[in-house]
Design a protein around this ligand. Structure first.
Ligand SMILES: [Zn+2]
Length: 285
């Protein structure tokens, strides 16, 4: 099965990977949008859930192999696996194997935020059942505020922040905390947006004037393109709306290749405005 697709971005090469899928309550996914409207957009299972793929992205700059939002991994309890109908095929390891790589080849990991479906794959069980880093040669970059919120989840966020996904990385000396908008390695940078979480960031790859951006929780699928179609899981939905207005415009003007973290059919494409609505012109399915 061909899992991975790739594109050139200037001197860089982008790889669109997979790390399984899960099914999320449709009400939680579509927030204030009534089901009579959103159910026309996608398949809904018998427990009112909709399917979200997990679409990590790899940027090969020539000097670095930068993995963005590695995915959810498979360390979950049977109960959680059932609640979220988690499916582990194809995994991030299988995706990397398809392009002749393995987790040891990754030297940089950058996460938009630390929710389990984005960084669960950063740790795994070893043969003795101990939780260990998956990408043991990689420095893992996170925003300071995101880290602090993730290690002290509150009553609302504790269903999404699981310490075993990132604390073992800190213990292994593999975490680098950054603050604000910074360049991680030449051509790869982060910009703090807030919205989905307080310190959520988006990730840019830029080479030879060509730009790709990983939008994370700002907009995760084409079904969420409309400005008010925010998630119940967004901590600051009004901020998401304001950021979308700004970023959609910049994406069109800058001809950004936009990568969508959860869309089962659209992993990357270009924004367009038809005078009335924003459209997504698919480049990678
Ligand atoms: Zn999230």
């Amino acid at each position: 099965m061909e899992i991975v697709k790739n594109l050139k971005l200037g001197d860089f090469e982008l790889f669109f990977l997979r790390d399984g899928s899960f099914w999320l309550d449709g009400g939680g996914y579509f927030g204030i949008v009534p089901k009579v409207i959103w159910q026309k957009l996608l398949y809904v299972d018998e427990l009112n859930r909709v399917k979200l793929n997990i679409n990590p992205m790899l940027v090969k700059t020539g000097k670095h192999n930068v993995l963005i939002d590695p995915g959810m991994g498979n360390k979950y309890s049977d109960k959680l696996k059932k609640v979220f109908r988690m499916e582990y095929q194809p995994s991030i390891e299988q995706s990397l194997a398809e392009i002749g790589m393995n987790p040891d080849d990754i030297d940089i990991v950058v996460a938009t935020h630390l929710h389990f479906d984005h960084v669960g794959a950063c740790t795994r069980y070893d043969s003795s059942g101990k939780v260990v880093p998956t990408f043991r040669n990689a420095i893992h970059y996170t925003q300071k505020g995101e880290w602090e919120n993730a290690i002290h989840p509150n009553e609302r966020t504790k269903g999404t922040y699981f310490l075993e996904n990132y604390v073992p990385l800190m213990e292994a000396g593999l975490v680098k905390i950054v603050e604000g908008n910074v360049e991680i390695v030449p051509g790869v940078s982060v910009e703090v947006t807030g919205g989905h979480t307080e310190h959520h960031q988006i990730i840019f790859a830029k080479s030879e004037e060509e730009i790709a951006v990983y939008f994370g929780g700002i907009v995760s699928a084409v079904t969420h393109l409309k400005i008010p179609y925010t998630m119940g899981f967004d901590l600051y939905p009004v901020e998401v709306m304001e950021k979308r207005k700004e970023l959609y415009q910049r994406a069109i003007e800058g001809k950004w290749l936009v990568c969508l973290e959860h869309d089962p059919k659209n992993r990357a494409g270009y924004f367009e405005f038809d005078g009335k609505n924003y459209q997504f012109n698919k480049k990678v399915g």
